[in-house]
Design a binder for this molecule. Structure first.
Ligand SMILES: Cc1ncc(COP(=O)(O)O)c(C=O)c1O
Length: 313
């Protein structure tokens, strides 16, 4: 934390000492954040010593516990990356047929459906939020529809209450692609607590990264067990396989790194927001991303969207 704080203070002091507003140097909005290397090396030494490299070891278990507390959710299952987790999440919920989703996302959202032999049905987005427009969902529901897969794009929460209402009426599952929504809250409640499952991503481009990594959030012990089995080849114990699983476990090295990242995540979020402010300061309106830049304009619901995934993809 001290190391990162020092960086922030240095950057702010440097900016305050300038009189010009036309800063020429590069200011990154999306540079990967990393802990101090010696701290990580010390955890690596522990791993080398224990020879415990994967299979839900000590660091994996500790990280699941700490993430639950930090994010305010009940159950978390760590994964190797978000794409594998999305593929597994659809299996966990036994989704088939047609799924209503958003065309405005990273390719992994739709690819996860295709890898499960599911037909994606694209629903239009709300031009103000770029999230799936709930008022357009009902027209797309057919006898084959089994689920809705919305995305909290750039960390801006979907209209979860309207989506939940539609899902309840038609008996549909809801799996949120929450790849951009680490730490995002809706009136003090984690956005990850909505829907049947939420899938985060800890990819290097995200505010909270483990190089590659991910977590699925669920609400009960039974579902958590099914997720854990499916991400580990379908093993329920050493001799019982309950379903055709996949190998999508997070390893001990990723989990150890993430424990360090978690100590500094608030600062990382602050750094990202600072990056945004610096871009505003630089007046890069020529990029025509004004709506992205002004947070309040971008969040028309009563959402508290603290941590913004800023992207020029
Ligand atoms: C919206 C969205 N969904 C899913 C993914 C896939 O996550 P991962 O890169 O961890 O596989 C990403 C990746 O960046 C994403 O932006």
């Amino acid at each position: 934390m001290d190391y990162i704080s020092t960086l922030i203070i240095e950057k702010i002091s440097e900016l305050m000492s300038r009189t010009d507003t036309n800063i020429q140097e590069k200011i990154f909005v999306n540079q990967p954040t990393l802990p101090e290397l010696p701290e990580f090396i010390s955890l690596l030494e522990e791993i080398w010593e224990s020879k415990n490299l994967t299979n839900m070891g000590k660091f994996h278990q500790e990280l699941e516990k700490q993430l639950c507390e930090y994010l305010g959710v009940k159950h978390i299952s760590l994964f190797a990356n978000g794409t594998l987790a999305l593929i597994a999440a659809l299996q966990v919920m036994r989704i088939s047929g047609e799924v209503i989703t958003t065309p405005y996302s990273f390719v992994a959202t739709t690819h996860a459906l295709k890898w499960n032999g599911i037909t994606p049905v694209f629903c239009d987005i709300d031009p103000k939020t770029y999230n799936l427009d709930p008022s357009k969902i009902e027209n797309l529901i057919t006898t084959k529809t089994t689920a809705i897969v919305p995305v909290h794009i750039y960390g801006n929460p979907c209209d979860v209450r309207k989506i939940e209402k539609i899902a309840d009426i038609y008996g549909l599952k809801v799996i949120y692609d929450s790849a951009h929504a680490f730490g995002v809250k809706l009136k003090n409640e984690s956005i990850l607590n909505f829907g049947d499952l939420s899938v985060l991503s800890f990819h290097a481009t995200k505010i909270f990264n483990t190089f590659e990594g991910c977590a699925i959030i669920c609400h009960d012990e039974k579902t958590k067990k099914r997720i854990d089995y499916l991400k580990n080849f379908g093993f329920a114990d050493e001799t019982t396989v309950i379903a055709p699983g996949i190998n999508a476990k997070m390893n001990e090295m990723q989990a150890a790194l993430d424990l360090l990242q978690l100590k500094d995540v608030t600062t990382y979020q602050y750094l990202t927001n600072l990056g945004l402010e610096l871009y505003n300061f630089n007046d890069i309106t020529s990029l025509k991303f004004e709506d992205f830049i002004k947070h309040d304009k971008f969040s028309p619901n009563d959402n508290e969207k603290k941590y913004f995934k800023y992207s020029f993809n």
